[in-house]
Design a protein around this ligand. Structure first.
Ligand code: COA
Length: 364
């Protein structure tokens, strides 16, 4: 009798650790008083409703989303003690890409001088949740053993596409520019690194916080008339047309009250999901770093979860809402201020356009 012995090779699953991080915000500071000169708004209104006092805007002659990303990435690469040439995968989260296509990931790869290596790059289009989505994607690639040095960046140059008239004031005063980056590597200790990630989406609310044009929707989701698209002309260009330009329909739209209502429900829900999955309570968390959507939203979340002030990190006062960049900027800044230490339990959470939301729990 011949006995066949199968030879199985088990791949030991690693956790993922944040081995380096860094952020970059443009030098130009725009205060609420600066915005008062452009539109009918006031420092009092902005501070009371959003907590924001100032934000940064790119230098229009030298900076784009990919360039902000490169500046943050260089800091994260140095922080991790690696070289740009060590990076084997790039994940780029943004809602303000340099081009409609290709994505900013390939531009970042070129900016870093590693294009010849052919390093793959993907763009993640999940807006305010982009960094958490990107982190979860990268985590799977590290766990599977496919990559060992992933560069994940969240970057935005919002100021290049906002309506700075009174018409756009509800959106324009909230957003700011910046970039944050992390280097992700395998972590062999199963009790350290990223312990869990949770991603969610509900497309029923896609148009509640959105920039619908330019876009290839041809008005089919019910916005045709407003955007001057009839569908009658066989070869009509519908991605962008004169009506969109004339009626200023190329700016982001937000139903603020709707977003607020969902955000204060989903943030606590998804944070609790991460804690329950890993057997922790809110009291066990050293620091919650929420996407910096609005200071009022963070304060609600803190109250619902009964977190102490020192368990909640906010820096929206200085940078505004930097969408996909806000969590890595906040995480970097918190670490630099000594608020993220070895052994700490750190919870990241986001909510935003899509709607999409997510969380990640990390043992530092
Ligand atoms: N300055 C001064 N007044 C403004 C203004 C601004 N920048 N933006 C809007 N207003 C006015 C409105 O026109 C309205 O005037 P009216 O009463 O004469 O019609 C008034 O302020 C109240 O507007 P409203 O939209 O009802 O205010 P609000 O209390 O809902 O606050 C937000 C607006 C945007 C601050 C709030 O809805 C919010 O924070 N939503 C969540 C937004 C968010 O976090 N987005 C990011 C998600 S990732």
């Amino acid at each position: 009798m011949v006995i066949f012995r199968a030879s199985y090779q088990f791949h030991k699953m690693n956790n993922t650790k944040i081995a380096g991080l860094g952020f970059y915000v443009p030098e130009k500071i725009i205060t609420n008083h600066d915005l008062e000169k452009l539109m009918d708004t006031s420092d009092d209104w902005i501070v009371e409703r959003t907590g924001i006092k100032e934000r940064r805007y790119v230098d229009r002659k030298t900076e784009t989303t990919a360039i902000l990303a490169r500046k943050a990435a260089e800091r994260a690469i140095a922080d991790a003690g690696i070289e740009a040439t060590d990076i084997d995968f790039i994940v780029f989260a943004t809602l303000s890409p340099d081009y409609y296509f290709p994505g900013s990931g390939v531009l970042l790869q070129r900016e870093l001088g590693i294009a010849e290596k052919g390093v793959p790059a993907i763009d993640v289009r999940n807006q305010c949740s982009g960094f958490i989505y990107g982190l979860s994607v990268a985590d799977q690639f590290i766990k599977s053993g496919m990559y060992k040095n992933i560069l994940l960046v969240g970057a935005e140059a919002h100021s290049l596409g906002l309506d700075f008239t009174t018409r756009g004031r509800d959106v324009s005063v909230i957003f700011g520019d910046g970039a944050g980056a992390v280097i992700l590597q395998p972590e062999s200790n199963p009790k350290k690194g990223i312990l869990t990630t949770h991603l969610h989406a509900d497309g029923r609310f896609a148009e509640k916080l959105a920039m619908l044009s330019p876009g290839a929707h041809a008005g089919i989701h019910g916005n045709g008339e407003k955007y001057g698209i009839t569908g009658d002309e066989e070869f009509e260009t519908v991605i962008v047309n004169e009506k969109m330009l004339e009626d200023a329909l190329l700016f982001p739209y937000m139903n603020g009250k709707y977003v607020f209502k969902f955000a204060i429900q989903k943030f606590p829900e998804v944070i609790m999901e991460a804690l329950k999955t890993t057997g922790y309570n809110p009291t066990d968390v050293n620091l919650v770093i929420p996407h910096q959507a609005n200071l009022r939203i963070s304060q609600y979340v803190q109250k619902i979860l009964r977190l102490r002030d020192d368990q909640m990190f906010n820096n929206i006062q200085k940078y505004g809402n930097t969408t996909a960049a806000s969590i890595p900027i906040a995480l970097s800044e918190a670490r630099d201020e000594g608020k993220v230490k070895k052994g700490d339990l750190i919870c990241l959470a986001a909510f935003g356009s899509g709607f999409t939301w997510g969380s990640a729990l990390i043992r530092w």
